[in-house]
Ligand binder design. Structure first.
Ligand code: NAD
Length: 495
């Protein structure tokens, strides 16, 4: 198998990729670096990124603070103009960003990285478009009084990104915060920072210095300093529930608002009337197999009605077998590789546990379908049948591992679906619309899809119930709730 090299490696070898603070490319104050390797070719050093620490966080927050008064004072149309110009620039550089994302994350170029870059451009365009909707209201307060409210920016947003779809998550935070008049310090994930650093370079010509600062470093150093920095007015975090809890405690200790987009263990429920090729395809899409299952919205608990259990499962296995696993940059690849050795070992240990748990069976083991000669952190799709109380059905594996559970009564399946600490997404496959809407109403999840399973739609309210998070993104209401605060002004008018 031919492995395609990242473009700059062929010409110049690994490069040092700076952070972006106060409009300048900078290294870490103490000149420490983190090495970034390619998940698909772990022997290849892609780049070194600064290992930012307390001093770097402080410089970035100071830059954002200095830039804030002028940025918030702009007419919204000016912020809008700049966000739309960035959207155009992202679109012009889409292929470059997508290739970078593929080598940085291990996600396949065709199925994941390209669509993700389009969503990034769309998010800048959307939030640029709604920048003028940051409006207040005037109370009908009678003669002698003018009583109005304004929505004001919160100030300095500290945003923390995960590695699984770094550009899309950056797009959920950066343009929304900027449109509302905030300035930002964004911390990229240490495992997949390159596309986010390139995004900072693309944004730079359109933003005043200090409005968008992008820093890099380890979570428990750089990230921990950022969420605790006294100059940060709002924390916007996407990542694991365990770290999210720590971030939320740190924000609460300073009484600053925190939005949290966390993990998921999402139900994918099939009713007997919905059996079709489209449903089978939709189940595979919902599981996010083409992102190696590394998605918080992966429909990783498949509940099949007993009467159609064998038929649907057979169809799902048939479809999954067709997925082509390989080099993320290869156009023929459907599914790339996991992010790193730690994640690979974690997924393997869940699979080992699944294989040795009495009462469960391995329905599909794709290990033998892995092409030879792949050196990276590849894992094939794996499907177990089991029950909903089993650890594999309760914990977020964040890998291509699906658990199938049979059911008979609606009450029973809805109880199982809701028996989870998580509540991010749910997929319902049901032709009877009354039944489907009844289930949608009772499912404890922030996002329910019926008879479809695509990714987030720009403009929708996106966020989790329960331990999947707090707050909403991707939408106008998410921007207003997440990045503004209301000030009421009451004036006595002399007669
Ligand atoms: P993670 O929690 O390990 O890391 C996320 C980010 O937090 C990284 O930038 C990391 O450096 C930083 N971090 C780590 N420790 C920190 C600390 N103590 N203080 C501050 N920052 C810290 O998550 P991950 O492994 O990068 O991403 C996978 C997780 O993210 C999964 O659980 C997934 O479900 C979740 N996720 C959720 C959504 C969503 O929208 N709900 C989207 C994508 C990913």
């Amino acid at each position: 198998m031919t492995i395609v090299q990242p473009p700059w490696i062929e010409t110049s070898g690994a490069r040092d990729w700076p952070m972006h603070v106060a409009g300048l490319p900078v290294g870490a104050a103490d000149e420490q670096w983190i090495k970034v390797y390619s998940p698909s070719q772990p022997e290849i050093l892609l780049a070194r990124i600064p290992r930012g620490g307390a001093v770097d966080v402080d410089r970035a927050v100071t830059a954002a603070r200095q830039a804030f008064p002028a940025w918030r004072a702009l007419h919204f149309a000016e912020r809008q103009r700049r966000l739309l110009a960035i959207a155009d620039s992202v679109e012009e550089h889409k292929e470059e960003l997508a290739r970078l994302t593929a080598v940085d994350t291990g996600n396949a170029l065709r199925t994941q990285a390209r669509p993700e870059c389009q969503v990034l451009a769309d998010l800048f365009r959307y939030f640029g478009g709604v920048a003028g909707e940051v409006k207040g209201v005037v109370l009908p307060s009678g003669e002698g009084q003018l009583q109005y409210s304004v929505r004001q920016p919160l100030g300095i947003v500290g945003a923390i990104l995960p590695w699984n779809s770094p550009l899309m998550i950056a797009g959920m935070k950066i343009p929304a915060a900027l449109a509302a008049g905030n300035t930002l310090v964004v911390k990229a994930a240490e495992d997949a920072p390159l596309a986010v650093l390139r995004l900072a370079e693309l944004c730079a010509p359109f933003l005043p210095d200090g409005v968008l600062n992008v820093i890099t470093g380890l979570g428990d150093e750089c990230g921990a300093h950022l969420v605790r920095h006294p100059g940060v007015d709002k924390v916007s975090f996407t990542g694991s529930t365990a770290v999210g809890l720590d971030v939320s405690r740190a924000a609460a200790a300073r009484m600053v608002p925190a939005s949290l987009e966390l993990g998921g263990k999402n139900p994918n429920i099939v009713w007997p009337d919905a059996v079709s090729e489209a449903t089978i395809e939709g189940i595979v899409t919902a599981m996010r197999f083409t992102r190696q299952g590394q998605s918080c919205t992966a429909g990783s608990r498949l509940f099949l009605h007993r009467s159609i259990y064998d038929e649907v499962l057979e169809g799902v296995v048939r479809k999954v077998k067709q997925l082509r696993i390989g080099d993320p940059l290869d156009e023929a690849t459907d599914m790339g590789c996991l992010i790193n050795a730690k994640q690979h070992q974690r997924v393997s240990s869940y699979i080992r546990e699944g294989r040795s748990t009495p009462g469960t069976s391995l329905v599909y083991d794709g290990a033998e379908t892995l092409p030879t000669g792949l050196g990276g952190f590849y894992h094939a799709p794996t499907i177990f049948s089991g029950n909903n109380t089993w650890r594999l059905a309760r914990e977020e594996i964040f890998g291509p591992v699906m658990v199938v559970v049979p059911w008979e009564e609606d009450e029973e399946v809805l109880a199982m679906a809701n028996d989870s600490n998580y509540g991010l997404a749910a997929y319902l496959w049901c032709e009877n619309i009354d039944r489907a809407l009844g289930a949608a109403s009772r499912i404890e999840a922030g996002w329910v899809q019926i008879n479809q399973s695509g990714g987030q739609v720009v403009g929708q309210s996106y966020g989790g119930f329960k331990q999947s998070g707090l707050g909403r993104e991707v939408s106008l209401e998410g921007m207003l709730e997440g990045f503004t605060q209301i000030k009421q002004v009451n004036i006595r008018i002399s007669r």
